[in-house]
Design a binder for this molecule. Structure first.
Ligand SMILES: NC(=O)c1ccc[n+]([C@@H]2O[C@H](COP(=O)([O-])OP(=O)(O)OC[C@H]3O[C@@H](n4cnc5c(N)ncnc54)[C@H](OP(=O)(O)O)[C@@H]3O)[C@@H](O)[C@H]2O)c1
Length: 302
């Protein structure tokens, strides 16, 4: 069955397939371009901080990287493909933002080492780690998955769960003496409302809730806070898979789906996640750790 994009009025401000939102300077970006002087920059709420954001060349990660940079952070952008890194870095630099980039497939140890080295080389240390990179290579029934399928799907657990923990342990020596450090993991509402046919993905996102609490307990004595966001359906390329799987081929079916699961009748936008991450990194959240916050337009089913 051909997949029809949901009603554009529900997908404000841009159609689902388009990533053109990425190219539009937001009012804050325009402000940032105007205020690139050091004096103006030092008044921003996260001035002189350094963030490493994984999976940050597109979608939610790109939006988080942009927002942190607009708030004064120097951001190290990363993802698997050099071309995507170059494009994202160039786009944000054009907006007058302070960013660096390097390739990092979070499931590869040597890439994680390179990411840490890049952050240290350019910035001398790290204040915030935001782990956005996540994959979903397996679609199908959980119980009908053979052992081989689970083994193939081990990438899910390795990229979505193991990699954030390993990357954090690599960065820890460079975070622990800076004070007020923060880590944000990206789970999903599928941790609470499992999506049919996405068994291993659901499990990986549920594991992140536990990882958040565990790391929060371990790192509280070091004054490093660990929180998590659980996005609902956010308008990115990644969400396309879910539209296909649920056969959301008609406007009416899509509206019914939204009505059933969510209160606010629109898709989330990557920016809806970005502001929350900036808050969780900021001193305003200095007494918040071990929490997972849903960005899902109110779901009574959570
Ligand atoms: N969109 C949603 O509705 C939704 C809802 C809940 C949770 N989430 C979670 O949000 C996160 C981001 O999703 P998104 O919707 O923003 O996806 P997206 O628009 O497809 O962007 C994914 C980004 O991650 C990078 N990436 C993919 N695999 C990677 C890997 N192994 N290592 C490093 N970078 C990698 C991609 O760039 P390269 O191709 O260059 O690597 C890209 O920059 C995921 O963890 C997803 O589970 C999304």
């Amino acid at each position: 069955m051909a997949v029809i994009i949901p009603n554009p009025s529900l997908v404000t401000p841009d159609p689902v397939r388009s990533q053109s939102w990425k190219r539009l300077p937001t009012p804050r970006a325009v402000l940032s371009v105007r205020s690139t002087s050091h004096r103006a920059n030092s008044r921003l709420k996260l001035a002189n901080k350094v963030a490493v954001v994984t999976g940050s060349t597109n979608g939610i990660g790109f939006s988080i990287a942009r927002r942190l940079a607009q708030d004064g952070v120097h951001v190290v952008i990363s993802s698997r493909k050099q071309q995507n890194v170059d494009q994202a870095v160039a786009m944000l630099k054009e907006e007058g933002l302070s960013v660096t980039g390097t390739v990092c497939h979070v499931g590869k140890a040597e890439d994680r080492e390179q990411l840490v080295a890049t952050a240290l080389e350019h910035c001398g240390g790290v204040d915030f780690l935001v782990c956005v990179a996540g994959v979903n290579p397996l679609v199908g029934s959980t119980l009908r998955s053979s052992e081989q399928t689970w083994d193939k799907g081990s990438e899910i657990l390795s990229v979505n769960v193991k990699a954030p923990a390993l990357l954090l342990s690599q960065l820890l020596p460079h975070m622990e003496n800076r004070g007020q450090c923060a880590v944000v993991l990206v789970s999903s509402v599928s941790a609470y409302i499992p999506l049919p046919k996405l068994g291993a993905y659901n499990v990986s996102k549920t594991a992140l809730l536990g990882l958040t609490k565990t790391l929060a307990v371990e790192l509280a004595p070091k004054n490093i806070r660990v929180n998590c966001i659980a996005p609902g359906i956010i308008n990115t390329d990644f969400a396309q898979v879910m539209f296909c799987m649920h056969h959301l081929t008609e406007d009416s079916a899509f509206k019914e789906y939204l009505k059933y699961f969510y209160g606010i009748q629109r898709l989330g936008q990557p920016e809806d996640c970005a502001g929350l991450v900036s808050f969780l990194c900021s001193p305003e959240a200095s007494y918040i750790t071990g929490e997972t916050i849903a960005v899902a337009g109110l779901s009574p089913h959570l």
